[in-house]
Design a protein around this ligand. Structure first.
Ligand code: ADP
Ligand code: FBP
Length: 319
């Protein structure tokens, strides 16, 4: 498979491991790691580890842009960078011994009009080779219009390429209205989009169906330790397994999306693969992405059920 990803606001991911985080205290970290990050970058890294052809389009600038490119170089991802004058952000994650993950995501550099145009131009040019999917992912950098992901979706459709979107807030709202083939919000992002709390499986399914009536093809809603719900034109499935104590949840959502795209199998099997990839990711430190050994090892822990009980509380799936 050949996948093109675009990450308008990539990052250097700095993960710090602590016994316990206490506000206002000095901490001696147990470890610190640095990896290339950003949602589309991670999707490309996970797919590349599974022998897919993965091209990641991203802006790059400043000393930290150079560093990001160096970190990406050994990962078998074809990185296509758009030069910007700002410098790439660093996102810091604190992981405590009990698996609690605290993320501190910086806003990122402001992109100018010409830089944004260049990003769209590069993506449009890469779409002409007809990848199997375009994945438009992550937050938008300051200066970007809220319909940037929507523009990527429209460019993909014009090129006859399927599109998947993983973002939040106004960028997700605009992208939904552009009618992507797939969106992967988490429970919170979907609730925020529709302006209501989604407490039960039925609430989440109804919300996902609402996105489908707005033109989205398939909706994969991740529920953290509670697995995920998949809503397509053919049905509704829950996938998941016993909640795990994570080493780091950073990148789990991205690996879930990558796993969903990995196979062209029927929906239930794609969900099962997505769950195995997400579960494998939480057992790895920082934003490390799993390879075939880890995703295969995670597969037996996954269950998929059609038509899950709508009365089930999502929080009961998470424990
Ligand atoms: N504690 C956990 N135990 C088991 N699986 C998990 C856990 N946290 C995340 N996952 C897996 O990773 C996927 C994505 O996690 P989630 O936190 O929902 O995504 P996002 O990072 O996009 O918010 C979940 O659907 C699930 O399969
Ligand atoms: O663009 P955002 O929303 O700030 O997110 C960026 C962060 O999300 C990640 O892509 C991880 O995402 P997930 O944990 O949702 O899979 C990190 O690599 C990156 O630091």
């Amino acid at each position: 498979m050949n996948v093109l990803t675009v990450t308008p606001n990539p990052s250097i991911d700095h993960t710090v491991e602590l016994a316990t985080l206490t506000r206002g205290e000095v901490h001696r970290a147990l470890s610190g790691t640095v990896e290339a990050g950003g949602k589309g970058v991670n999707v490309a890294r996970a797919l590349a580890r599974h022998d897919h052809r993965a091209t990641a389009v991203l802006p790059s600038g400043g000393v930290d842009g150079d560093r990001l490119e160096v970190l990406l170089a050994p990962q078998r991802v074809d990185a296509v960078t758009v030069a910007i004058t700002g410098t790439i952000r660093t996102n810091t994650t604190v992981v405590e011994a009990d698996g609690t993950t605290t993320k501190l995501n910086e806003p990122g550099p402001r992109l100018s009009g010409p830089e944004l145009d260049a990003l769209l131009r590069v993506v449009t040019a890469r779409l002409t080779v007809r990848p199997d999917w375009l994945v438009a992912s992550g937050s938008l950098p300051p200066g970007a219009p809220s319909d940037l992901h929507a523009r990527f979706v429209r460019a993909a459709r014009a090129a006859g390429v399927r599109s998947a979107v993983d973002t939040s807030g106004p960028a997700l709202a605009a992208a939904v209205d552009a009618g992507p083939d797939l969106v992967k919000p988490n429970q919170e992002e979907l609730g925020e989009l529709l302006g209501r709390e989604l407490l039960t499986v039925g609430d989440v399914v109804a919300a996902a169906r609402e996105l489908r009536t707005r033109g989205v093809g398939e909706v994969l809603v991740s529920l953290g330790g509670g697995g995920a719900l998949l809503v397509t034109g053919d049905g509704v499935w829950w996938g998941g397994g016993e909640p795990l104590v994570p080493l780091s949840t950073v990148g789990a959502g991205d690996c879930t999306l990558a796993g969903y795209l990995h196979t062209g199998a029927p929906a239930a099997q794609r969900l099962s693969t997505a769950m195995a990839w997400g579960r494998a990711a939480v057992l790895l430190p920082g934003s490390s992405v799993p390879g075939p050994t880890e995703t295969l090892a995670a597969a037996p822990g996954v269950r998929v059920l059609p038509d899950p009980d709508p009365e089930t509380l999502v929080k009961d799936l998470q424990r």
